[in-house]
Design a protein around this ligand. Structure first.
Ligand SMILES: [Zn+2]
Length: 280
């Protein structure tokens, strides 16, 4: 099996800033539009056997956000002769081949790729392309015993990796990721980091939550005092805090509880309980 380490750069404008958009509609509002793909292909011995790089012609935004320009150095001129997303993706998929693990630094690139893929290729399933997947940031955080997300730059420094390349350029970021991967890779534990589905990958936003979804959550509504089943007096979903706020009543011991449940959504679209807190 080969390893495909890839990195995406994307452009973004505020959802309210309508004049920055070529195409403004509910699907494109606040969209992260991919503008570059950089990738390297490794064989099992960790030799780099090929590289891939493509600029993508923008379709949603008119121009590069100046913050993105500062970060990536990608200009509007660079993108002028880029490929359309469909064409770039088709080339990329062809280049990836058949037997491979995809690897990225954090799973953010997967979320963004998924959104772009769904926007342009309705009906095609991205899972066929990205799994099995290894999040090298996660692997690295475990090794460094780091609880918070660590940047590629910080991780490179801590692992004494020095390259001439700069950060936040798709192809050089894959090289840093590669050097980190090479350094931390262990045959004994790599299996623990291979992901084959979206179940434990989450969106940043929960989005709209329906009543049906709330009713369908597996919530244990048992009175902590008398172990009887609690009655839901009322509830609402607090979108700002991604929190289900419930008032529960126990008819046996005549108590009222307020309970907050943090929710999140995995990339399958399922609503999941993150954390619960009881208050009397
Ligand atoms: Zn009770």
């Amino acid at each position: 099996m080969n390893y495909i380490i890839f990195d995406l750069e994307w452009n973004h404008h505020s959802a309210r800033n309508r004049k920055k958009y070529k195409k403004y509609n509910p699907r494109t509002k606040g969209f992260n539009e991919i503008i570059e793909i950089g990738a390297i292909k490794l064989n099992e011995k960790f030799d780099i056997i090929d590289t891939f790089r493509v600029f993508i012609k923008p379709n949603i935004y008119k121009a590069i956000n100046h913050n993105i320009l500062d970060l990536t150095g990608i200009t509007d001129e660079d993108l002028k002769y880029g490929l359309d997303f469909e064409k770039a993706m088709t080339e990329f998929i062809k280049w990836m081949g058949t037997d491979y693990y995809t690897c990225t630094w954090s799973d953010t690139d997967i979320r963004v790729l998924k959104n772009n893929f769904e926007y342009y290729f309705a009906g095609k399933d991205i899972r066929d392309i990205i799994f099995p997947f290894i999040d090298i940031q996660k692997y690295c955080m475990d090794l460094l015993k780091e609880k918070n997300q660590i940047s590629l730059k910080d991780a490179s420094e801590r692992l004494c990796i020095q390259l001439k390349d700069e950060f936040h350029m798709a192809l050089s970021d894959t090289k840093f990721t590669f050097e980190i991967f090479k350094k931390i890779y262990k045959k004994e534990n790599i299996q623990d980091y291979i992901v084959n589905d979206f179940n434990n990958m989450y969106y940043n936003k929960v989005g709209e939550v329906t009543n049906k979804e709330i009713v369908g959550l597996h919530l244990n509504r048992i009175c902590k005092v008398c172990n009887n089943i609690l009655i839901v007096e009322n509830y609402f979903f607090d979108a700002r805090y991604k929190m289900l706020r419930e008032t529960l009543r126990c008819d046996y011991c005549n108590r009222v509880f307020r309970r907050n449940t943090s929710l999140r959504r995995n990339l399958n679209g399922d609503l999941i309980v993150k954390k619960r807190k009881n208050e009397e």
